[in-house]
Design a protein. Structure first.
Length: 202
């Protein structure tokens, strides 16, 4: 999928329309079956279902918002009526891209953080993701902090993933340390914003 073509639809009224985009496919979101679906274009659909106060929730396309690093997010309501934020690209990858090696990180191939078509996403290890960013000079204009620092074990997108996953309640510090190959002490400092302070999420 060419980014300019993707952008043409993303910036049009068709993006929030229930009409399918070219070759668009829909799958249930794990844990939200029959409530929400994700498409291979990165759109999220809220399905028709009973609502609160004897009302009915109509089928609609959710409007995403973006964090300070440009990643698209959507809010999904769980069975306890708690709204949880999810990264759109993670929903696409989990639904459409096989991950037999259980790699933890989702890479945007062209480094455009809101280009969430399945063709622009791939599973990677933390090391592969960091190497991809450096090999393609995505961090060459950054200061010598974060991933630009030669001793860094993570890159900015991984820090965002860590904070979003912890904030959503999907996992804990120990599991995050195993997924990203760093200590749980480091994970704790990231979550508490003691380090990587230049990377913020809304």
């Amino acid at each position: 999928m060419d980014y300019q073509e993707y952008l043409k639809y993303k910036n049009s009224e068709n993006w929030l329309s229930l009409k399918d985009l070219p070759s668009e496919q829909w799958l249930n979101i794990e844990g939200f079956e029959n409530k929400y679906q994700i498409s291979n274009w990165g759109r999220v659909k809220s399905l028709l279902r009973p609502g609160t106060n004897s009302g009915t929730r109509k089928t609609k396309i959710l409007k995403p918002w973006h964090d300070k690093c440009g990643y698209a997010l959507v809010g999904l309501t769980n069975r306890k009526i708690i709204r949880i934020c999810y990264l759109s690209h993670r929903l696409v990858a989990k639904a459409f891209i096989p991950n037999p090696e259980n790699k933890p990180v989702i890479n945007h191939k062209n480094n455009i953080h809101d280009f969430n078509h399945v063709s622009n996403l791939e599973w990677m290890t933390s090391k592969e993701n960091a190497c991809h960013a450096r090999d393609n000079h995505y961090m060459e204009n950054a200061r010598h902090r974060g991933s630009k620092n030669g001793f860094s074990k993570l890159i900015e997108s991984q820090v965002i993933e860590i904070r979003q996953l912890f904030k959503s309640g999907q996992t804990n510090k120990t599991k995050l340390s195993q997924i990203f190959g760093v200590t749980d002490v480091l994970i704790g400092k990231i979550i508490r914003n003691e380090i990587w302070k230049h990377v913020q999420i809304n």
